[in-house]
Design a protein around this ligand. Structure first.
Ligand SMILES: NC(=O)C1=CN([C@@H]2O[C@H](COP(=O)(O)OP(=O)(O)OC[C@H]3O[C@@H](n4cnc5c(N)ncnc54)[C@H](OP(=O)(O)O)[C@@H]3O)[C@@H](O)[C@H]2O)C=CC1
Ligand SMILES: CC(C)(CO)C(=O)C(=O)O
Length: 336
């Protein structure tokens, strides 16, 4: 991002998070193009995005394409599930120029986690998130700005999204610097009415979000519970807290400063209301579950320090079992 002209922004992935960000930025008259596909692409071209958030319902026209032929972009928000990135990221190559910023708005341990900061594991891959090294090969690390998405959103039908909590995204350079481009990115996002915070230690907040996701998303698939239920019902709360304690130890081993204790987590999470996690939404739509980035990657990082995670491991396995059997037409779960 180099000049004072209106920045070109691509939102790649037109689901719950992608449509929320795209609608907010397009509504603020920014130069937004959505990289979408299938039925969603048709809806976006015809009706634009219909976003319901705390400010009401907005119908926002957007440009949309399934071909990366709309020129080099200043910022690309990658808004797909972690397991879809190896197919999506290489397709975005024509949109990436020397100064393009790429922001993966994706839950879990990012594939770039060990890049930029130095330390004991410097430049090592996260195998669970980038098993074949396709992401590292598709995108030079210098383009990446990390982010943590604190938005809750659901897409009941293509091109429609409901996001009823306040919108907050935290951003940070992988090398922890407070760069010009980081501040410029935050200014763009703020113009769209999304609170944007530039951080010097993005990994601290990544861990905060990882703790939220790993302690609730897989358990929501097993139980069908909302965030409010997971954080308040005694039968579920005990497992949520056990997972949080296990992950806090891993986060601390990597030097992360997580300021929220498990009890405060419960209060904050319960206040989010009857939200269905993105993993529960995927389960109900019979889609693959984001367990590699949200679950396996944390187990992988724990193993490097020899930290056992018995509760977390079992809950991930149970969620995987449910997901797998829902996809198997012969299973009782699929026939039910
Ligand atoms: N939903 C939420 O409340 C939150 C989600 N997150 C995280 O944000 C990320 C995005 O989640 P969410 O928006 O919920 O996910 P969705 O599944 O709603 O959206 C993902 C979108 O990406 C599209 N997509 C996938 N692969 C491609 C491709 N190769 N080319 C074009 N489009 C593609 C999908 O298209 P198609 O439908 O055709 O498959 C879909 O529209 C995830 O990591 C999630 O964990 C973070 C915070 C909260
Ligand atoms: C809403 C929240 C925080 C639940 O863990 C989330 O990130 C998700 O649904 O994936």
């Amino acid at each position: 991002m180099t000049s004072a002209r209106t920045p070109k922004i691509c939102i790649a992935g037109a689901g719950a998070i992608g449509c929320t960000i795209a609608a907010r930025l397009a509504k603020a008259d920014m130069d937004v193009t959505v990289f979408a596909r299938g039925a969603t692409l048709d809806v976006l071209r015809r009706d634009g995005i219909t976003l319901t958030d705390l400010e009401g319902t907005h119908q926002v026209p957007v440009r949309a394409s399934d071909q990366p032929d709309f020129g080099v972009q200043d910022v690309i928000f990658v808004c797909a599930k972690a397991h879809d990135l190896p197919a999506m990221l290489p397709r975005l190559a024509p949109l990436i120029g020397e100064h393009t910023i790429v922001v993966p708005a994706v839950n879990g341990v990012p594939w770039w986690y060990f890049h930029g900061e130095g330390g004991r594991f410097a430049d090592q891959p996260v195998r669970a998130t980038d098993p074949e090294g396709k992401l590292a090969a598709a995108l030079p690390f210098k383009h990446v700005i990390g982010c943590v998405v604190f938005i809750t959103a659901e897409s009941p039908q293509p091109g429609h999204v409901v996001a009823r909590n306040p919108h907050l995204i935290m951003f940070g350079e992988p090398d922890n610097s407070m760069s010009e481009r980081l501040r410029a990115l935050c200014a763009i996002v703020e113009r769209g009415g999304i609170e944007a915070r530039p951080l010097e230690r993005i990994r601290d907040k990544l861990w905060t979000k990882i703790i939220a996701n790993i302690s609730t998303n897989p358990l929501s698939v097993i139980s069908g519970a909302t965030l409010e239920e997971l954080y308040t019902q005694p039968e579920l709360q005990e497992t949520v807290v056990a997972i949080m304690r296990e992950v806090l130890l891993v986060a601390a081993s990597y030097g992360a400063r997580v300021e929220i204790d498990p009890l405060t987590f419960l209060d904050l999470g319960a206040a989010m209301g009857p939200v269905r996690t993105s993993m529960l939404q995927d389960f109900e739509k019979n889609r693959p579950l984001e367990l590699a980035a949200i679950g396996d990657a944390v187990l992988e990082l724990a193993e490097r320090f020899g930290i056992p995670m018995p509760v977390t491991r079992k809950v991930i396995a149970l969620a995987r079992f449910r997901g797998k059997h829902l996809h198997d037409p012969q299973s009782a779960a699929a026939k039910a």
